[in-house]
Design a protein around this ligand. Structure first.
Ligand SMILES: *[C@@H]1O[C@H](CO)[C@@H](O)[C@H](O)[C@H]1NC(C)=O
Length: 228
């Protein structure tokens, strides 16, 4: 009897969860769900003309699914937005202590304009303090992993953070189904690039940077976890 009731409640909860797709409009709108915070993050729109929104499709356990629709013009080398899912659990572990950083990122373009300039990427932040907000002064390094970079864009150094990038896709192609242990890249960075193993992973974001063009992108499954 007890387990039957419990099962029924779980089923009802699951139905409610999937049914409640949430739309994000506005420049810095976010929603916290499960282990993630999904954010529109339209930080660069002063350099462009257009609009964008994001939709939370579902979240369950350590998995999240979402989509975004946008159209942006002007200043083709400037990022307009970084719609992303930030993990609220994969953070606060020292690089020396991490044993694995497993992730899956499955996504596709429902539609894309010709000449679209956009990437699909991870944006990961290392810093001396155990916790720190992504893209803030608490971080010392920005680590990007690009699964796709269309239209001739490529990751470049920023003035604010020392940036390292890993591009497993080749120019103009995309990896639309990505599963990997990010700790392999972290270990490469500490062994070869002088990054201290005493630093912490402060934030792992995964999303899409839009430069110019129109697209509708669906992230069918994203997850990340840190062990250590
Ligand atoms: C979402 O953004 C797209 C692209 O800018 C726009 O065409 C659409 O009307 C927007 N939808 C909502 C609900 O704001």
């Amino acid at each position: 009897m007890f387990s039957y009731v419990k099962g029924l409640l779980l089923a009802l909860a699951a139905v409610q969860f999937v049914g409640a797709s949430t739309s994000l409009t506005g420049q810095y709108t976010c929603v916290t769900i499960g282990n993630y915070e999904l954010c529109g993050n339209q930080w660069g729109i002063a350099n462009g003309v257009g609009s964008q929104n994001a939709t939370l499709i579902s979240a369950s356990g350590n998995d999240i699914s979402w989509s975004t629709t946008y159209t942006w013009a002007d200043n083709e080398n400037d990022v307009k937005t970084f719609t992303n899912a930030l993990s609220n659990t994969a953070k606060g572990v020292q690089l020396s202590a991490i044993t694995s950083a497993e992730t899956t990122y499955d996504w596709y373009y429902n539609t894309q304009s010709s000449g679209l300039r956009a990437d699909v990427s991870y944006d990961i932040w290392f810093g001396a303090a155990e916790s720190g907000t992504a893209a803030s002064s608490s971080s010392s390094y920005e680590i990007m992993v690009w699964l796709s970079g269309l239209g001739g864009i490529e990751p470049g150094p920023t003035e604010t953070w020392e940036t390292y990038s890993f591009i497993p896709s080749t120019a103009g192609t995309s990896i639309t189904s990505f599963s990997a242990d990010l700790n392999v890249f972290f270990k490469y960075l500490t062994a070869n690039e002088g990054i201290s193993t005493a630093l912490y992973v402060q934030a792992i974001q995964a999303g899409t940077e839009a430069f110019t063009g129109s697209a509708e992108l669906t992230v069918s499954l994203y997850s990340v976890s840190l062990s250590g």
